[in-house]
Design a binder for this molecule. Structure first.
Ligand code: IPE
Ligand code: IPE
Ligand code: MG
Length: 241
């Protein structure tokens, strides 16, 4: 018998398909990203309604620097706009914002708004309804590179003893330190790849792929993904009980 599992604690999403949505609707890629950005709050709300405690959203990868300058600029502007527009609603609804990735490469103004939002919402920690983790200039290889440097420094300064290293020690050197690993990973837009996203954290995560483009990914579709998760049996290398 398949064991019914409860709601996932942590859902991660690769929000893909803004460009193809724009093409399909005769709009510019920038308009596609705007439509994608508009969908974010609605999916965060849906996650709250489902009782999910953590949601990680892939917004800009370390590989996205390859895109044209004007597209990147539009993405950074949208990010700032999003925080400015939503900050009051985030605070009112006890939504805690965190970031993973290296934001030091972003324009100073964008960095300031990101930090400000994180600080303002961190005051809520005691009453947090959901923690939203935005992945910005994130890529696993870069995350591991930065983690290795930190690890080397900790060994050099005797903060860590090599003989006490465990399998899970590596997780303490990732950007997601203190965040539980995702239970469910959703990718929109019909691509069947992970694109350098949370490669170490998703070792035992359930995967869900849908053809729907991110701006069209509705609350109903989100619930469908959660329902699919609840029907699965996670065995972690063991056997059915
Ligand atoms: C996802 O949409 C948003 C980012 C990667 C920033 P895309 O812009 O990748 O959309 P497609 O894949 O071109 O349709
Ligand atoms: C993944 O989408 C990154 C984000 C959603 C931020 P991409 O569109 O960049 O991924 P690839 O290039 O199709 O693998
Ligand atoms: Mg894409």
């Amino acid at each position: 018998m398949i064991k019914k599992k409860s709601t996932p604690n942590h859902v991660a999403i690769i929000m893909d398909g803004n460009g193809r949505w724009a093409l399909k609707n005769g709009k510019t890629r920038k308009a596609g990203h705007r439509a994608g950005s508009k969908n974010v709050m609605s999916i965060i709300e849906a996650a709250c309604e489902e009782g999910i405690k953590y949601i990680t959203l892939y917004a800009f990868s370390t590989e996205n620097w390859k895109r044209p300058e004007d597209e990147k600029k539009a993405l950074f502007n949208l990010l700032s706009e999003f925080y400015k527009k939503e900050i009051d609603r985030l605070i009112k609804n006890n939504i805690l914002i965190k970031h993973i990735g290296d934001i030091s490469k972003f324009p100073k103004q964008t960095q300031n708004i990101i930090r400000e939002t994180e600080e303002k919402t961190s005051a809520l920690s005691e009453n947090t309804k959901i923690t939203v983790i935005i992945a910005l200039n994130y890529g696993t290889y870069d995350e591991v590179k930065r983690g290795l440097i930190k690890f080397y420094e900790d060994v050099k300064s005797d903060k860590i003893d090599i003989s006490s290293i465990e399998e899970t020690t590596i997780l303490n050197y990732l950007d997601t330190k203190e965040i539980p690993n995702p239970d469910l990973l959703i990718r929109t837009s019909g691509e069947y790849r992970i694109s350098n996203f949370l490669l170490l954290q998703i070792a035992y995560t359930e995967l869900y792929f849908t053809d729907t483009l991110w701006p069209d990914f509705s609350k109903e579709e989100f619930t469908k993904a959660i329902d699919s998760y609840t029907k699965r049996e996670r065995r972690y290398g063991g056997i059915s009980s």
